[in-house]
Every structure is written in structure tokens, then in C-alpha cells.
Ligand binder design. Structure first.
Ligand SMILES: [Zn+2]
Length: 269
């Protein structure tokens, strides 16, 4: 029934976030861990970063490509939603829904639905509603253009031609989880990234225009050593909750389903 190519085109995990470099901070270690386990991972950035104090959208595109390589991500793309103006409109939901149909992720990682930055919490609702929309059989993509950035050929592998997008069959991810590191909320589970912490940090540091020590925006941006200290403290805190060294925190709305009580991880006393 499906008109799509073989299942290798589908992603196992797709992380959706407002800005390039968000995923590197919220769930990059988890994506790398999945890739190491043979899973096919992807990142959809909703904006291209043109409002950043430091660097241009082109700088950020190059840096995002570098970070994706470090995290062994198979697919990455940035939509053309305006930076600083991520709005949950029907048009934007369609843009994301189209990617969901193209990439058919089993799991979608969204930002948590509360936070300081409006782009972050709006991306959460927008992403959820787009996942719902993508499953509606009669959804009409009409004339909405994807107008994506121009990711490198290697990262486009498996992507369908845009001309055929309106014929993509309805699809909904099986699981939606929320990366919570930007907000003070108790996660429902954490992913052990102890072995991957350094690599994840290198992926973030690939955004040299943002994180290298420099004069532009000096009052707004902490020095690199301070960034590292903060990131390590957060990973360590959530690591403690999981009984390991470093983790990334997530929340699922559903309850956990257990087969064998003796295999439930994380010590109680
Ligand atoms: Zn952000």
C-alpha cells in the first residue's frame, strides 16, 4: 500500500526543536546512543538562526552539519519558520507534518511544553499537533512549500523528492517524548549518557559562532568554561536521579508498562 521506498528510509528517532543547537543541549547524547545501537536518527530544526546575536544563518548551517556528524545523525534539516517567531499556525503545522510523513519516525522527541523561551514551548505544541495532523488521511498540503534550508547531500539521504510529498501516506509516530532540560520539571525517565557526555559536549562546541570565547555579545553569553560547568552540573544532577554519572532527562505523558518487576532499573533505597 505504501508508496514509500524500503523501510531504511524511515527514521527510528526524530528530534524536533526550535533552534539549531537546541537538540545538542537537550537530547544529543541520547541521539548518539541510539545511533550507536544501530538506530537511524534525525533532527528537524524549525528555524535557521538568523536572529542570533552571533554569526549568520549560514554559519549556523555549517555548524549544524558538523554537530550532526559528531552525533552520527542520518538526517538533518532546518525549516524556514522565522527565528524568534515560532508560531503554532496551521501553515507551520503542515510544514512539520510533511516532514513527519516523509521521515516516518517511530519516536519523536519534542521540547517540554513550558519554558522561558517562547520558541521552545511553542515548538512543543506545534510539534505535537503536527504529529496528529500527519495521521489525517484527508489532510491537504495544498500549496504549502517546504522551503527548507540546503542540508548537505549526505544528510538528505533517504529523503523523498518534494514533488511527491502530497502523495505521502498518512503517518503518526508511535511515541512522543519530551526533553525537559530547559525547564525545572521532574522527568519520568532519564537516559544514561555517561560514556557519551564528552562527545555530546563537542557537538555543542561545533557551534563555534555561538560558543567560542569572543567579544560579540560578551555580556549575553557565558564563557566556554562556564558553559561546560553548567552543562556538566545538569547532566550530573539528572545522572544522580538515575543512579549513574550523566543522563539526559525526559518526560512521557503515558505510564510505564512493566513485564518483569525484577528488571525495573534505578535503585530505591
Ligand atoms: Zn533554543
Amino acid at each position: 500500500m505504501s508508496t514509500l521506498p524500503a523501510s531504511d528510509a524511515a527514521l527510528d528517532v526524530l528530534a524536533i526543536a526550535a533552534h539549531r543547537d537546541d537538540v545538542e543541549q537537550t537530547c544529543g547524547g541520547t541521539l548518539l546512543k541510539m545511533a550507536q545501537r544501530g538506530r537511524r536518527t534525525g533532527i528537524l530544526d524549525l528555524t535557521q538562526g538568523e536572529m542570533g546575536t552571533r554569526g549568520t544563518a549560514e554559519d549556523r548551517a555549517r555548524e549544524a552539519e558538523e554537530a550532526a556528524k559528531i552525533l552520527r545523525v542520518s538526517w538533518r534539516q532546518a525549516l524556514d519558520i522565522p527565528d524568534g517567531r515560532v508560531e503554532n499556525t496551521f501553515e507551520n503545522r503542515l510544514k512539520v507534518a510533511r516532514v513527519i510523513r516523509e521521515q516516518r519516525p517511530r519516536v519523536v522527541i519534542l521540547p517540554y511544553w513550558k519554558g522561558r523561551h517562547p520558541d521552545h514551548y511553542t515548538a512543543s505544541t506545534l510539534g505535537y499537533e503536527a504529529c496528529f495532523l500527519a495521521g489525517l488521511a484527508k489532510l491537504d498540503f495544498g500549496a504549502v512549500s517546504l522551503n527548507a534550508g540546503d542540508p548537505p547531500a549526505a544528510l538528505r539521504a533517504g529523503r523523498l523528492q518534494e514533488a511527491g510529498a502530497t502523495k505521502l501516506p498518512p503517518y503518526r509516530p508511535f511515541k512522543i517524548i519530551y526533553a525537559t532540560i530547559y525547564y525545572d520539571v521532574r522527568p519520568t525517565f532519564v537516559v544514561d549518557i555517561t560514556e557519551l557526555f564528552e562527545t555530546r559536549f563537542q557537538a555543542l562546541m561545533a557551534y563555534k559562532s555561538q560558543f567560542s570565547d569572543q567579544d560579540a555579545g560578551k555580556d549575553l553569553f557565558p564563557a566556554q568554561a562556564e558553559i561546560r560547568a553548567r552543562i556538566e552540573a545538569m547532566a550530573r544532577f539528572y545522572g544522580l536521579l538515575g543512579g549513574v554519572t550523566y543522563t539526559e532527562p525526559f518526560l512521557q505523558k503515558e505510564v510505564g508498562l512493566v513485564e518483569d518487576l525484577t528488571l525495573i532499573p534505578v535503585k530505591s533505597i
